[in-house]
Design a protein around this ligand. Sequence first.
Ligand code: 5GP
Ligand code: ZN
Length: 116
Amino acid sequence: MDDCIFCMIARGELDARTVYSNDLVIAFDDITPQAPVHTLIIPRRHYADMGDDVPDEVACALFAAAPKVAAIKGVAETGYRVIINNGRDASQTVQHLHVHVMGGVPFSHGMVHFSQ
Ligand code: 5GP
Ligand code: ZN
């Protein structure tokens, strides 16, 4: 995936503020944060979305990284929201699977806003 921006970040070809990484995933701050803490967790390998035959160990690594990121960013105690925008109706804009970890502010209850 030569022209995928998240693959470029994973390969170290594009700068990102890395928060956490291991063999399977990398977490880095979102370039346009929508909360005081807004970090993205991506698999090192390219999967377009959750339906792209993601191996269990990769799915598990993404899930397991969220509380680690939250602890590093100082929101483990106050709480945080974990979001995956998957596919067109979810307004996924980068076609490389990623998990948003957002916190540092109280979010309103509920999470669904329709665009129409
Ligand atoms: P989506 O809307 O696909 O769920 O989220 C994509 C996220 O990637 C957005 O929050 C956007 O700000 C972030 N993003 C897009 N391009 C870059 C980039 O080059 N670097 C970083 N760090 N974040 C990016
Ligand atoms: Zn990619």
